[in-house]
Design a protein around this ligand. Structure first.
Ligand code: SAM
Length: 235
């Protein structure tokens, strides 16, 4: 679903590549670990230390790679299509390989990863199905696909798109789409994956301490994480 019908901010909107190309410089000053890393820490269905080979789809500047390395992942491959973001990932020094590509068509060998992650990128995809199919293709049987996303409830009810400040007081939105939870379920099942865990992050005291204006959003879901497993029979 196009986000524009829920948009309550009406910021000028740019394409995903243009937006992240510009935001890359200040991205890590803005994005809060509460959004995603805190959810990764809550997951039980992934034994990170047993995930030897991982691919981080939409790796951006490498925040997730740093977390995965600390969690015990031995070999890490990052994929992103925004050069300025992937340069940030390169500087982190935690990825063995980095590939500049669309996450739905990575060109990487299939069946070779124990873990695929995709964090804070699904709202930029018009259609979820290709990336679920690509994640399933990349995974070895019994591999895990961990997806963390900006919550559709927040996008729809609060009407705030992913955005950054081009200059102080000059917000710019990045092209966004709304995917219902049922869209994720259909895309994952259609790709031969099985959903084994889902958690949601709510706006709580930590969020409000970081963003006092969000007091009005207390207890609303702002992000979610899903763990999918590749069935042995899936190709
Ligand atoms: C919000 S950032 C998330 C980066 C990182 N996963 C994190 O959590 O910090 C979104 C990233 O998704 C990438 N992205 C969005 N759509 C993409 C696509 N179709 N193919 C490759 N990268 C994509 C952008 O370039 C950007 O680096």
């Amino acid at each position: 679903m196009d986000f524009s019908k829920f948009d309550q901010r009406r910021y000028p909107t740019v394409s995903v590549r243009e937006g992240y190309g510009e935001w890359a410089r200040t991205y890590e000053d803005t994005v809060l670990d509460l959004m995603d890393l805190r959810l990764l820490e809550r997951l039980h269905a992934v034994d990170w230390r047993r995930m030897a080979r991982a691919v981080d789809l939409a790796c951006g500047t490498g925040r997730i790679g740093v977390w995965l390395e600390k969690a015990g992942i031995l070999s890490l491959h990052g994929v992103d299509f925004t050069e300025a973001m992937i340069e940030g990932a390169r500087r982190k020094g935690v990825y063995d390989r980095l590939t500049l590509a669309d996450i739905a068509v990575t060109g990487l060998d299939g069946g070779t990863f124990d873990l695929a992650t995709m964090v804070l990128a699904d709202e930029h995809l018009a259609d979820l199905r290709p990336v679920y199919r690509e994640a399933a293709r990349l995974l070895a049987p019994d591999g895990r696909f961990v997806l963390v996303g900006y919550h559709p409830f927040f996008l729809m009810m609060v009407g705030m798109p992913t955005h950054f400040d081009r200059a102080p007081g000059e917000p710019v939105a990045i092209e966004s789409h709304v995917h219902l939870t049922s869209d994720h379920v259909a895309a994952g099942l259609g790709a031969g994956l099985r959903l084994v865990e889902m958690v949601e992050g709510l706006v709580d005291d930590d969020w409000i301490a970081a963003k006092p204006k969000w007091a009005a959003q207390r207890d609303r879901p702002v992000s979610f994480a899903m763990v999918w497993v590749k069935e042995h029979s899936a190709r």
